[in-house]
Design a protein. Structure first.
Length: 189
């Protein structure tokens, strides 16, 4: 990574010329091997360069490189708070995609979904989180539990811990509350 981009990552306010340079580097047909494209996406996200939404959005379809999908999803949903515009894709990513072999995109999607559901109502996404919790184990189940906890208003400390062991540490009321909310949202439709 070049020093120039390291400096841009640390700054929040970028000039139009700096944003244009980042976009040009992202869209280059032959990307510089020393410049991380996920880093370039993160720079745009931190800078709040929402006017480059179309550029970032295109990377949601880069299934050959899940790190680009992961970074684009993080920018669109977490930095720019545009989750409502990507609910269909977000739900597919929450449920897991065959090309996401290391589940990195799924993990970001789970976190984004939990934060979105903390403030918004979307029963299909909530049911998807419950399904992921019920049908997985290990890191994915823990991330789904954390997302449900966030959706149900829990603090980060109550749902995440480096030494979290689901069988011992999970609060069963998180799932129960999430299911009751999802059913209520379905009834209200």
């Amino acid at each position: 990574m070049t020093r120039k981009y390291e400096e841009l990552l640390d700054r929040r306010a970028l000039s139009a010329a700096e944003i244009a340079d980042v976009v040009q580097a992202l869209e280059s047909p032959e990307p510089d091997v020393f410049v991380s494209r996920p880093l370039l996406l993160e720079i745009l996200g931190r800078a709040g360069a929402v006017e480059e939404r179309a550029v970032v959005e295109r990377f949601l379809d880069e299934h050959e490189d899940p790190s680009l999908v992961e970074a684009a999803l993080h920018v669109l949903c977490d930095h720019w708070q545009l989750t409502a515009d990507y609910l269909g894709r977000l739900q597919r990513f929450v449920e897991g995609e065959p090309w996401d072999e290391d589940s990195d995109v799924q993990l970001v999607a789970l976190g984004s979904a939990g934060e979105f559901l903390r403030e918004q109502r979307e029963r299909r996404l909530l049911f998807a989180l419950i399904n992921v919790l019920d049908s997985n184990d290990g890191v994915i189940r823990n991330a789904a539990y954390s997302a449900l906890g966030r959706a149900m208003g829990r603090d980060w400390d109550a749902t995440t811990d480096l030494y979290f062991m689901f069988e011992k540490d999970a609060d069963p009321t998180v799932r129960e509350e999430a299911l009751a909310r999802a059913v209520a949202e379905t009834s209200a439709q």
